[in-house]
Write a protein that binds this ligand. Structure first.
Ligand code: ATP
Length: 302
């Protein structure tokens, strides 16, 4: 049995002729913070709405908590998509109380206080939310989604438009929730906002999940490497062994060596002395940011 909390198989949403989500296979493990990255219009909101059962899928399968019956899992999910839907003339406390009443939850005082504390709004509990900053509204929105103790949180661009301090505050709350065992899917169009917290990433472009990778894989990819293009692979392998270089891989006649401390001149001359023609040797340091921009569909993203 897989330990995925969410697994989609070929999930597709079509609006007329347009495939907003196109055969997406997403995998989210229990306890993970999953960073769902894509440009505006890539399909993130549409995808999350299908998971939250707010939009019907056109095709494919959604498995939540091991079941394809989404009605069973609805109460285990907390959803913050688009704006939090606050009552501006009511205080933070009363907004939470209202939501509790709508969900039929009694004995709410302790719960509301705990939630306000968790999101750092306990001192402004009685303030009308129309006077809140965007960051405060988002944090209150987050508290509202937590009322029914969800196991999975779906957050659509919760840090969009926040100032750096607001972003840090949301990040800290999410890390606290993760410590409590919650699984979180958070979408963004800016990698940096997710880079510090996500354990796994999914990159979506034009409705397709172009890449899914763990933080470890990302770190591996972001290591600098020395790229060497040669004419004789077998001889090059022997030379690398002689030089005690073990961290490398090659594809056709291109080697990527991950030990960037090596002496490039020495490597070059040793290869040449052994009859290998080296047509190029240079250090590669494509940034992670650049890699993601490329995956998201090129540099013209905002
Ligand atoms: P954003 O961050 O801007 O919301 P997104 O990645 O969440 O972007 P979606 O909102 O999911 O993207 O939109 C994906 C595509 O589907 C877009 O081209 C959008 O115009 C289209 N789309 C979304 N909802 C509908 C709808 N109800 N009818 C027709 N097209 C839609």
């Amino acid at each position: 049995m897989s330990n995925y909390i969410l697994e989609t198989d070929g999930l597709t949403k079509q609006f007329g002729k347009k495939k907003a989500v196109d055969k997406v296979d997403m995998h989210v493990k229990e306890g993970e913070i999953y960073g769902f990255i894509g440009r505006n219009g890539a399909g993130k909101t549409t995808f999350l709405k299908m998971i939250a059962n707010l939009l019907h899928k056109s095709d494919g399968e959604i498995k939540l908590f091991g079941s394809t019956d989404l009605s069973k899992s609805r109460h285990k999910i907390g959803v913050l998509i688009e704006n939090p839907g606050l009552y501006p003339a009511m205080s933070a406390y009363d907004n939470l109380k209202m939501k509790c009443m709508m969900l039929g939850i009694k004995d709410t005082d302790k719960k509301i206080k705990e939630l306000l504390e968790l999101v750092g709004l306990e001192k402004v509990a009685k303030k009308k939310t129309k006077n809140f900053s965007l960051g405060m509204k988002q944090r209150l929105g987050l508290a509202i989604t937590l009322i029914n103790d969800p196991q999975l949180l779906l957050l659509d661009e919760p840090i969009n438009g926040l100032d750096p301090q607001g972003i840090v505050e949301i990040r800290e709350i999410l890390l606290k929730l993760q410590e409590r065992g919650m699984t979180i899917i958070i979408s963004s169009h800016i990698l940096e906002e997710l880079g510090k917290i996500a354990n796994r990433y999914g990159v979506i472009a034009s409705g397709q999940l172009v890449k899914e990778l763990t933080r470890d894989q990302l770190e591996e990819l972001s290591k600098n490497s020395i790229q060497v293009v040669v004419d004789d692979v077998a001889e090059s392998v022997r030379v690398l062994k002689k030089l005690n270089i073990t961290e490398y891989e090659y594809h056709e006649n291109v080697f990527n060596i991950y030990d960037t401390e090596i002496d490039r001149a020495k490597l070059n001359s040793t290869l040449v002395v052994n009859g290998v023609l080296v047509s190029s040797i240079f250090e590669q340091n494509e940034s992670v940011e650049d890699m993601f921009i490329e995956m998201m569909g090129g540099a013209n993203y905002v």
